[in-house]
Design a binder for this molecule. Structure first.
Ligand SMILES: [Zn+2]
Length: 296
């Protein structure tokens, strides 16, 4: 009996059980998101074992990928410096690429290589315990010049926690990623996009920028890499621009990325590089306030 077949079958059933379930309390839809994320169990450092794509899938993608082979690329767009969510304004045909749930050795690094090949940058929203388990890969992302954010420590549904517990999870995740890469991480994304007004306000007050999602690639579904590309492009055609959600923990994402990038390039899209801009030091305001108090 082919044990790889068994393993693949197991992976399919696990993936279907874990990823295709809609949130019971769909806060993401409440807040206007069209997107959802998989409700996977908290990631463990050595997870996930993923099924290898079937040969015909790989062949399909490789054929399409060949169209873009080599040559100088013209996909890199402008650099957008942001200090808050409201600064993330995209023009028509502009996209920001984001990858959640890593870093995952063997996948994140291959995604970085593809981004390099096309001369573009992305934003990586790291899960604290993943960054803690794989600090070398996390630092590779930093060295590559991508934007980095946190995505809580254990990837829980914050909408189902008390406010204090949710804030503690967010802080713990941010600390773990900060420690892994050795520098502060200003961006944040809600697991399952399950946010709340109160949490968003509290996060903004801590000088963190929430990364929303405009286009969900749904790369966590057990679909073919080619269909992930088609789904993403279809949404982009409807919106014209946007922040694209992907996950650097899936093999199919690694495989579909070159195809997605060549499609974007061919259709005249530009990948925007995201940079955090520190706002003027609040110390200035504090001093001013202190002075006022003294005068009084
Ligand atoms: Zn996630």
């Amino acid at each position: 009996m082919n044990y790889r077949v068994l393993l693949a079958g197991l992976a399919v059933s696990l993936a279907l059980g874990g990823c295709a379930t809609k949130p019971a309390n769909d806060a993401s839809l409440k807040s206007g998101y069209a997107a959802e994320e998989p409700r996977h169990k908290p990631l463990k450092a050595n997870d996930p074992v993923e099924m290898e794509p079937k040969k015909w899938l790989v062949a399909d993608l490789e054929t399409r990928d060949q169209e873009d082979a080599g040559g100088p690329h013209n996909l890199a767009g402008r650099t957008l410096e942001v200090a808050s969510l409201k600064d993330i304004r995209l023009a028509d045909k502009e996209v920001i690429l984001t990858f959640d749930d890593g870093p995952a050795p063997g996948k994140t690094d291959r995604i970085l290589a593809t981004l390099d090949r096309f001369g573009v940058k992305a934003a990586f929203m790291m899960v604290g315990e993943m960054a803690q388990a794989h600090p070398a890969t996390a630092r590779e992302v930093l060295a590559h010049g991508d934007a980095i954010g946190s995505h809580t420590f254990r990837h829980p549904d914050l909408d189902k926690m008390t406010f204090d517990a949710a804030m503690a999870e967010i802080a713990r995740g941010k600390d773990a990623v900060t420690k892994a890469i050795g520098t502060d991480v200003p961006f944040f994304r809600f697991p399952y996009l399950a946010d709340s007004k109160r949490l968003r306000t509290a996060i903004a007050a801590r000088d963190m920028v929430v990364m929303d999602v405009d286009i969900d690639s749904k790369d966590y579904f057990t679909s073919t890499p080619a269909s992930v590309v088609d789904r993403t492009m279809k949404q982009l055609h409807q919106r014209g621009h946007g922040i694209v959600l992907m996950h650097d923990i899936h093999q199919r994402t690694v495989r579909m990325l070159p195809v997605l990038l060549s499609r974007l390039e061919k259709e005249g899209y530009k990948v925007v590089t995201l940079k955090y801009r520190h706002t003027p030091a609040p110390a200035t305001n504090l001093v001013a306030q202190a002075d006022t108090k003294m005068v009084r």
